[in-house]
Design a protein around this ligand. Sequence first.
Ligand code: SF4
Length: 159
Amino acid sequence: MDYTPREIIASLRAEMVDRVLKSNTMWLCTSCYLCTVRCPAGIKITDFMYELKRLAIEYGLGEHQGAAILAKTFVELVNKYGRIPEMKLMATYGMKTSKTKPGKLLSQAMLGLKLFRRGRLPLGVETIKGVEDLHKIDRWLVSKKMEPNLVERSKGGEK
Ligand code: SF4
């Protein structure tokens, strides 16, 4: 992590938003809620991390972060198929990151092969029944301003 949650809060209070949104901190947050539970000031830091991810995508920052690329790819695939086809996730992530990290695609391919040999990586890509209903729920959440449509935002479209 570039900064601890304490440093993130301090940076934002010092109006260093750019620095915060370009950091990898929120992308490495695993939502364990430890900081939220222990924060003496009662700050919901985990929720804060989600908001920082949303803002980083909205402003096109943090695009170089592997975790950001993985998160966006995850959302794109869920929007398309209604579930995560693991093989496609690994391949897409490997291709997207191979521009900045040339060895990434090969390491993803090797990992995929290992998982496949052990029967842990199905090859097929199935779309769930009623994926359109999932899109309707997504649009409804966006209309209620309850949930950002990350895919649309990442494409610079609907907000
Ligand atoms: S929720 Fe967990 S991983 Fe995320 S910032 Fe807090 S302590 Fe770190």
